[in-house]
Every structure is written in C-alpha cells, then in structure tokens.
Design a protein around this ligand. Sequence first.
Ligand code: 13P
Ligand code: SF4
Length: 329
Amino acid sequence: MTEKILPTLNRHSSLKTPFSSTELIEKIQVLRKEKNAVLLAHYYQDPLLQEIADFVGDSLGLSQQAISTDADIIVFLGVHFMAETAKILNPSKKVIIPDLEAGCSLAESCPPNLFKEFINQHPNHTVITYINCSAEIKALSDIVCTSSNAEKIVNSVPKETPIIFAPDKNLGKYLIDKTGRDLLLWDGVCIVHEAFAIDKILKLHNKNPEAKFIAHPESNPEILKIASYIGSTSGMINHVKESSDTEFIVATEAGILYRMQQEVPDKTLIPAPAKEDNTCACSECAFMKLNTLEKLYHCLKNEGPEVKVPMELRKKALLPIQKMLELSC
Ligand code: 13P
Ligand code: SF4
C-alpha cells in the first residue's frame, strides 16, 4: 500500500530554474507583493519554505489563518487537503499550491464511496473526521477535528451517541484511551508516523536517558505508550518551550525540528528513528516535501496550480469544518 501511494521524490527535476535560491527568494518576494498573496506553511515544509512564509502553523492554525486573511491569493505550502480546506473556508480567494500531487496517505486511505457505505452500515452514529481527508469525506461528516482539538470535539458529542472516527486509526485509538468512548474506527494510517521503530527509539533512549520522548498522536499505540507528552505539532513545540527539560526525542515528521530548534536554541532535539531508515535518523513526509522553492516561484508566477472545490460540495464540506472552528474557540 505504501509503495503505491508514495509520490516519487521529485523535488527539483521538473521545474528547474536558472536561478539560485537567493535569486528565487527575491523573485518570490516581488511576486507575492505584486499579487497580494499570503504564504501559509505547515511545520513539515522544507525550512526554506517555512522561512519565506507569512505564517507557519499546525492544521488548525492554518485553517484559522485561511479565514482571516485579506490577501487576494492564498499560497498553501502544505498538502492538498490543507489547501482544499482553505478554499472551502474562503471561496472568494484564489488558492494555489506549488505541487498539486502533494497528497496524504490518510486522505487516500478513505475513498468516499467506501466511507459512505461504512456510514450507511452504522446508522445513528455521529461522524467525526480528522481534517486529513478529502472534501468529499468532510461533506459526509458531522464534525471535523484536528489533532489539536480532537479530544474536545469527541467530548462535545453526548455520551449516549455512538461515534464513527476516520480516517486515522492511531489517533482514534488514542482518543478511545483519553475519552473512554467506544469509537468505531476507519482503518487508515499516516505512513510517516506509522514508520517509527519502537526498538530503535528504546535504544536511543537508553543512550540518552535524560531525554524526554514526545510523540504526535498519529503514531502507533506502542510508541504513544512510552511518550511523556503526546500532542499536535503546535502542542509539541509549546511543550518543548515550556518544559524545564532540556533534551527531547521527537516522534513526528522531521520538518518540525527546524521551527522547534528556533524556539529552543539551547535545548537538544533528537529525531526519533524510523523502521526502514538505516541512513539517517529522521522521518520525512514525501508528500509534504514535493513543494520546493522552484515550484513556489512558478506557482506564484503562473497563479497555479489552483485548488478548486465545486460549489455544492463546498457547501456540504463547510458545515462540519465550521462546527469544529466554533468548538475550538
Ligand atoms: P498537525 O499539524 O495538526 O499536528 O497535523 C500533523 C500532520 O500530520 C499534518 O499532516
Ligand atoms: Fe499525511 Fe502523514 Fe504526510 Fe501528514 S505527515 S501529510 S498525515 S502522510
């Protein structure tokens, strides 16, 4: 499954420019002003893209920024479901993304026709979906959530109402543990968080006994069991900032380490090792890394590829996202 859905890491080949990174950054700065564009980036993006962005955040923060912007163009430096959510929230804006192929294993694990059947087989359930899914799946949902607010959203549903949770089974299991609710789970995983290796993490921890192990809730239950803190990307950054500890082993996509280290320059951050990763100790999302500085330049220059959502679908997908935003205030 992993091989089928993984994009080829094609960071520089197809859209090469004759410009250096410095020249590209200058050109991007001129274009963004000319076009009144705002650049929103996820923490997993390449550091060069995080540096140039107006706002860097987690999935919830990015959605909130997408509503409040007065820019004419939103350039989404993240994956497709994030850009699509921005378009659903702010349809009058042009939403563009450097690489339209930047997908997500969780979103791809949940085809709308199969999910519709699943819902029909389990009537009377409230359907909560993680924001890492397509507009079609959101349109079939009652409430959307992110890893920042998932617990609050589940707890907002009356105790006697059964819940379907999709597409991330690991986040779902974590929520069952936290809320004591019996969630009916869809069988999806994030290929990046699924790849962390418990044996390698334990070895690393033995070598660095002072280090605290922190993890994103998309990780396997066996990984979460040994974590001293579990939270969204923003939650993990805040925790490392606020904690009196000075050394951390970090189990989430390696791009987060760039911003995290800027926030805590004097602390030691060690990326958690992945299963089939013998060369480096980090875990990268190949989808997130499809976006590059070159592609950003072309994207701004050509005002595309554009992310579009048909009006009827947009209206249906908007309601569960709005419900989440109301509950997140
Ligand atoms: P958050 O930034 O909301 O924690 O999500 C992590 C993620 O995997 C995004 O694709
Ligand atoms: Fe999807 Fe995982 Fe990549 Fe996030 S890190 S975009 S959940 S595949």
